[in-house]
Ligand binder design. Structure first.
Ligand SMILES: [Zn+2]
Length: 333
């Protein structure tokens, strides 16, 4: 299995499913990765008040130990996770500062990492070119557009313009750079910049402008709608690497080149589970509040929880470097 520098497995959708079924995750009953299991354990381990953080860190370490099983990929993940979180857990001040940073994810912090000056000079032009690609192919199709197809659009349409070498390199660098360097600890789930979702593997969801993978994600979404009604709808489905790059760059522009701050609210390209099956739901008429903690106070969200749909990818106080995201429905094991 291919590993990146950190020892975390780098897999595409098909490999991911293959690997986890081979690892017997299904037999564990919960269809969860080690990362998911860790995430799930964390809110229990890390209490709301920040007292006793040392005890909690110890409990966390023990929880990690208990969850490590013989599957090689999971061992690699646990090792990498321990290495990443060691500085956070090393002393209570670090843990406290980490948790406070995640609570205030939209603020800058002194240890944040920024784009290089060269990257900064390209940030706007890459973003705008992707924007123009989106205008040509339409918002819906852009959600699932591959990088190769984006490049083709650049060549084909003068309104987009061909991607210069510098801009291609910018996108490649962002995709290949290990985001642990700027504080994002989630797994890389798509290993190829040029990964493309096959037409037959996805389905467009009417009136949403979004796509879902056929099979489990589509079935789960339909089930949610059957149980909760038309008030719940798909706010974001499959996101290609290009789509995630566009979103991430928008966030990076908003945060003035601060990669750490951008990655606290959005997974960097290649690291979003939207690429391999997860999706977001919202409440009709709730607008942008669907992507805030306010969503967690809606009756719809409470029903989602009661019916067991909410198996959180990024729970409160996760140690993956990502803010709390109650609207995100985890599908992929
Ligand atoms: Zn999401």
């Amino acid at each position: 299995m291919p590993l990146d520098g950190s020892g975390i497995s780098v897999v595409d959708r098909r490999n991911l499913l293959k690997i986890f079924s081979a690892a017997g995750v299904a037999a564990m009953g919960g269809h969860m990765t080690m990362q998911a299991r860790l995430s799930e354990a964390l809110p229990v381990v890390l209490s709301d008040d920040y007292e006793d953080v040392n005890t909690n860190a110890l409990e966390l370490a023990q929880a990690i130990q208990q969850m490590s099983t013989p599957a090689p990929d999971r061992e690699a993940f646990v090792r990498a996770f321990q290495k990443q979180t060691k500085p956070i857990l090393a002393d209570s001040n670090n843990l406290k500062s980490y948790l406070q940073k995640m609570e205030n994810f939209e603020n800058s912090h002194h240890e944040d990492v920024f784009l290089t000056p060269n990257q900064n000079s390209l940030l706007g032009s890459v973003f705008r070119r992707l924007d123009r690609v989106q205008n040509v192919v339409g918002h819906g199709n852009f959600n699932v557009l591959s990088f190769d197809d984006a490049l083709k659009m650049g060549k084909r349409y003068s309104s987009v313009g061909e991607f210069p070498k510098s801009e291609k390199e910018f996108v490649e660098d962002l995709f290949s750079k290990n985001p642990r360097g700027y504080g994002f600890y989630g797994e890389k789930v798509i290993s190829n910049l040029t990964f493309k979702v096959a037409e037959r593997e996805m389905r467009k969801i009417p009136r949403t402008g979004h796509f879902l993978y056929r099979g489990e994600p589509e079935a789960l979404y339909k089930q949610v709608r059957r149980d909760l009604g038309d008030k719940i709808f798909l706010t974001s489905g499959i996101r290609s690497v290009v789509k995630q790059t566009h979103l991430f760059l928008a966030k990076t522009i908003q945060s003035k080149g601060n990669l750490s701050r951008a990655s606290r609210s959005l997974a960097p390209p290649g690291h979003s589970y939207h690429g391999i099956g997860d999706f977001d739901v919202g409440k009709v008429g709730f607008g942008a509040k669907n992507f805030t903690e306010d969503f967690a106070s809606t009756d719809e969200f409470k029903r989602l929880v009661d019916l067991g749909y909410v198996d959180m990818r990024y729970p409160k106080h996760n140690l993956l470097g990502v803010r709390y995201e109650p609207w995100h429905i985890k599908v992929v094991a």
